[in-house]
Design a binder for this molecule. Sequence first.
Ligand SMILES: *Cc1c(COP(=O)(O)O)cnc(C)c1O
Length: 376
Amino acid sequence: MEPIRMVDLQRQYQRDRAAFDAAMAGVIESTAFIGGPVVKGFADRLSDYLDGAHVLPCANGTDALQIALMALDLKTDDEVVTVPFTFVSTVEVVALMGAKPVFVDVDPATFNMDVDQLEAAITPKTKAIIPVHLYGQACDMAPLMAIAKRHGLPVIEDTAQAIGAAYRFGDDRLEKLGTIGTIGTTSFYPTKNLGAWGDGGAICTRDAELARKIKLITNHGSDRKYYYDSIGVNSRLDGLQAAILDVKLQRLDQYNQRRREAADAYDRAFADLEGVTTPYRAPYAQHVFHQYTLTIADGKRDALRQHLAEQDIPTMIYYPVPLHLSSAYGAYGYQAGDFPVSEELAGAVLSLPMHSELDHEQLDHITQAVRGFYAL
Ligand SMILES: *Cc1c(COP(=O)(O)O)cnc(C)c1O
């Protein structure tokens, strides 16, 4: 059996090695290392994939979030509503802008923002809402967008874990995540569903004026060399990363389909295990399983993790500390007990290996090892 990895970039590379090698060689021959036709071509194809939304590439998913906030003219002392159960970037960028992150707890089944609690977090200082589509599953966007609209607030979708996933509206219309809110951001960190071979990110929007503003910001606030219209940053996607991403974008739906098949196999194997909750499949969400995350009852999570490690099965905890309890964010005055679901999940979630290259033998080994723990 091939060694089991959380994410198997080696096998993904070997499967399409000729295409990846040719893409890299093309950029090296052209020496268009920053900007150039390969970056433009990838942005155009990602725009097509996202049903025509404007796509502005940038250096990483964290920058994408910060640039989105800059484009919305976020000011010191403004408030941004988001969740404490996410990767740090979502909250970090709000703090870096001098604004205040205001948290809404997550739903224990979906791990995403509990939209029923959203309205209570909105104040006259609120300037934006950032839902995170955690683990590859859509946040409940229809009610969220209705609340945002009622309060005249822009929505930034953090789509770092959910590129290719979609939300189904009441009229059965499917819309790709990242294109529903005012702005969508994503990351091409190597382990993401659409991963580069280094850092990368993108911002998308259906608003042409915002797209123009975002493009300026990514390039030092300038569209004419050495003339500056706004304060910007340096955040670029490089040619080598764009070339790899272009190869993978063509295969993204196939990669996500293989992830769903692995998730189905896990679901079947764990359906009757007491104390193990498999990921809830929201009826409105087309899930892309960035992570396959179990909720483990009765405080057994760490023991299960140890049991799997002994059989060479890696697992991860996303995330062990909710951000309102991280020492870096202590200044905002939140306390233990403020967001009980996030706190509970931090002690109970366990993510199993999940990627496009898991084979039957590996899946059998993993599922038998989990079942073995409960048979002890
Ligand atoms: C990965 C990730 C980011 C940040 O992306 P980088 O490219 O690593 O900066 C932001 N938000 C979420 C939810 C992520 O998972």
